[in-house]
Design a protein around this ligand. Structure first.
Ligand SMILES: *Cc1c(COP(=O)(O)O)cnc(C)c1O
Length: 350
């Protein structure tokens, strides 16, 4: 029996990938130039599928980049005039703040506790951007859409909102209208091999880009947008992943169905954890838990991972500050319900 990876990214990919890769090969798209009409049609098809499946607003632009980390850089480089405020409670949010700082932007750090909600009352009027991590993959917390709604309604007129949606996009319902700059890598909830990122931006973000007019980098924002609007990219893109994105989205259910399915699995797991003495949630407040990255406290993560491995299940290490006392388990859509069921049975028998 093959091992099942519950690692939160790269994680288990869609089981259809091998045959889709063969399809991609057979169509010849992998050998086509990225200025060709074949590529432009594929780009259009993949984005249209994404728009309809995830309810991306019509007036938002979808741009292919290489990773979420790249999006951390594009924002300060091309879209921030002076100051960026970062709300974070874990390692990915903090790394984003560091990336911004290193590019010479003034950063206001607004850390918060994993068991507290994002401190909306700390919005700083100096900030051009308010930066939020939707699902903090390092600790399994989530900024609920209601909290984002609150941030959206309290922000000042000159402030735009950026969301790192890496462990959320494709797994949970997102209201894109509540922010201007959304991004994700495809190896988390989208269930694809790594190497493709998505940037989804509002008209206001594009206007900000035009105002600043930054054009001195290979991935300057305006250059990305202008090519994306022609269904092209200025660099040679990951055509295989764009193809796989299109096909897996086309074969999958709408985000409403996926969101429900992941939350139901969480609820099932919760009742097991609550009656289990050896394991507990890192985040005690249910409304702050991410449905996509399950983070459990245990006194001996090494032992737990070894026991799981003997049953052919790979659990994720804790991350950053939580490395020594947690394990992380991806509850991503590409993970089959049967595999998840097997995992739950194993947990309940511990
Ligand atoms: C995985 C992850 C990233 C980094 O993704 P890359 O593909 O390595 O750039 C950024 N933010 C969050 C929240 C993540 O989970």
């Amino acid at each position: 029996m093959k091992q099942t990876s519950f690692y939160p990214g790269p994680s288990t990919i869609h089981p259809s990938i091998p045959s889709l890769v063969k399809d991609a090969y057979d169509t010849g798209i992998l050998s086509a130039n990225h200025r060709s009409s074949d590529f432009m049609e594929l780009s259009f098809a993949a984005k249209s599928q994404l728009r309809s499946q995830l309810n991306v607003p019509d007036d938002y632009d979808v741009i292919f980049i290489s990773s979420a980390t790249e999006a951390w850089e594009i924002l300060p480089q091309s879209l921030t005039s002076k100051t960026s405020q970062h709300f974070f409670n874990g390692t990915f949010g903090l790394k984003w703040a560091f990336t911004t700082e290193n590019l010479g932007i003034e950063v206001i750090k607004s850390p918060f506790n994993v068991n507290e909600s994002l401190p909306i009352d700390q919005i700083n009027s100096l900030a051009d951007w308010l930066c939020v991590t939707a699902c903090e993959t390092s600790n399994g917390t989530m900024v609920d859409q209601n909290v984002l709604q609150e941030l959206f309604s309290r922000r000042l007129p000159h402030q735009l909102i950026a969301v790192d949606a890496t462990s959320a996009l494709g797994g949970v319902i997102l209201n894109f209208q509540l922010a201007d700059y959304w991004f994700a890598s495809c190896q988390k909830c989208l269930g694809l091999p790594a190497g493709l990122g998505l940037l989804i931006v509002s008209p206001a973000a594009i206007e900000r880009g035009r105002l600043l007019g930054e054009r001195s980098h290979y991935n300057s924002f305006l250059n990305l947008v202008e090519h994306a609007r022609k269904e092209q990219t200025h660099y040679t893109p990951n055509v295989l992943n764009i193809y796989l994105l299109w096909r897996t989205l086309a074969a999958g259910p709408s985000i409403v169905v996926t969101d429900r399915r992941l939350r139901d699995r969480m609820v099932g797991l919760n009742s097991i954890i609550e009656s289990n003495g050896a394991l507990d949630w890192l985040v005690s407040n249910v409304s702050l838990r991410s449905p996509t990255v399950i983070t459990l406290k245990t006194s001996d993560p090494m032992e737990l991972k070894e026991r799981a491995l003997s049953q052919k299940m790979i659990l994720g290490n804790g991350y950053g500050a939580w490395k020594e006392n947690t394990v992380r388990i991806a509850n991503f859509p590409a993970m089959g319900d049967i595999q998840f069921q097997i995992f739950m049975e194993w947990i309940s028998n511990l």
